[in-house]
Design a protein around this ligand. Structure first.
Ligand SMILES: Cc1ncc(COP(=O)(O)O)c(C=O)c1O
Length: 311
């Protein structure tokens, strides 16, 4: 998912040309990973582009910031407007949006209290994230690299530095010819993908894990649980074992980048005959319609870009 440069990036309160959104090499966030970020998608709808669950993403952004005592010098409303402005200014129809806030250059001490906070929101056109993608499904390796423990770094926060764990896992998976890694936590339970939550389909229902498993509490995960309820597909939330995964009828990832992506293979074991299964397909179809504004009951999840201009 490489990026295609757009015209401008929202950077500390104003739009600047893409190439001018630069930071100093001594930025604290660069050295110590002291930043927080979000990933959101904007979809083309019949009523123009709309950001999916902007509110939930910005809530998590502020929660992640609070965890690291990082004060974002903008209100949630100001950042919501900024996100819509990025879409509008760059004439994007569908896009991936990346808000980030980090401690900037002032000291190389580990503590952050002297550091100013820089905030930016970039947006660019974006397609499927994982090889195989939502249509064919992806191939996954159970990583030898464990997920960090909540007691060290709470996985529910979305901080920059913690992704070094995901990077190692996905590097290992790709080195072994897989598309994505599935990480176990320190108890040996299944946690999540390098950038996705996991759903097991078994006996007509869904099973997914919770915050205790060391996962990011995905906005897509929460949306899938709600969509499943609307489809009368039962969901059980609890620990996931490797046996649950290997014995699944179907498996899929959820996440902003991957949306709803079937998993067709785990460690060389074929899942659901190597094809997206029927329940995965139902969830995926409903998700795809909801994000594009085609289902009235889920339209409150969308922040429409053009409406924001006139309101
Ligand atoms: C580690 C991790 N887990 C899960 C997710 C899915 O979260 P969401 O659905 O909010 O994008 C992401 C993506 O942000 C992630 O990075």
């Amino acid at each position: 998912m490489g990026f295609t440069p757009t015209e401008s990036i929202w950077f500390n309160g104003r739009l600047v040309p893409w190439g001018d959104a630069k930071v100093h090499v001594l930025a604290h966030g660069l050295h110590y990973g002291t930043g927080v970020f979000e990933g959101m998608r904007c979809y083309a709808t019949a009523d123009g582009p709309a950001v999916f669950r902007l509110d939930a993403h910005l809530d998590r952004f502020f929660q992640s910031a609070a965890l690291y005592e990082l004060t974002i010098p903008y209100t949630k409303d100001a950042l919501a407007d900024a996100a819509l402005e990025v879409i509008r200014a760059n004439k994007l129809e569908s896009a991936y949006l990346r808000p980030i806030a980090f401690f900037d250059a002032a000291t190389l001490s580990v503590w952050t209290k002297e550091c100013p906070v820089t905030v930016a929101i970039a947006g660019y056109p974006s397609g499927a994230y994982l090889a195989g993608g939502p249509d064919r499904g992806t191939r996954v390796m159970i990583s030898s690299i464990r997920k960090f423990d909540n007691a060290a770094i709470p996985a529910w926060g979305k901080a920059c530095g913690q992704y070094i764990n995901s990077v190692r896992a996905v590097q290992e998976a790709q080195r072994h010819g897989f598309d994505e890694a599935l990480l176990l936590n320190s108890r040996g339970e299944v946690s999540e993908g390098s950038g996705e939550n996991l759903f097991v389909v078994k006996d007509g229902g869904l099973l997914t894990n919770d915050v205790d498993a060391g996962i990011l509490m995905g906005v897509t995960r929460a949306s899938v649980i709600e969509l499943a309820k609307g489809l009368s597909i039962p969901t059980r939330v609890g620990p996931l074992s490797v046996e649950d995964v290997l014995g699944a009828d179907e498996l899929f990832f959820s996440g902003t980048a991957v949306e709803v992506t079937p998993i067709r293979e785990v460690d060389g074991r074929v899942i659901s005959e190597g094809k997206p299964g029927p329940i995965t397909r139902r969830i995926q179809d409903t998700f795809n319609q909801a994000v594009r504004g085609q289902l009235p009951q889920y339209r409150q999840w969308l922040s429409f870009v053009r409406q924001a201009v006139t309101s």
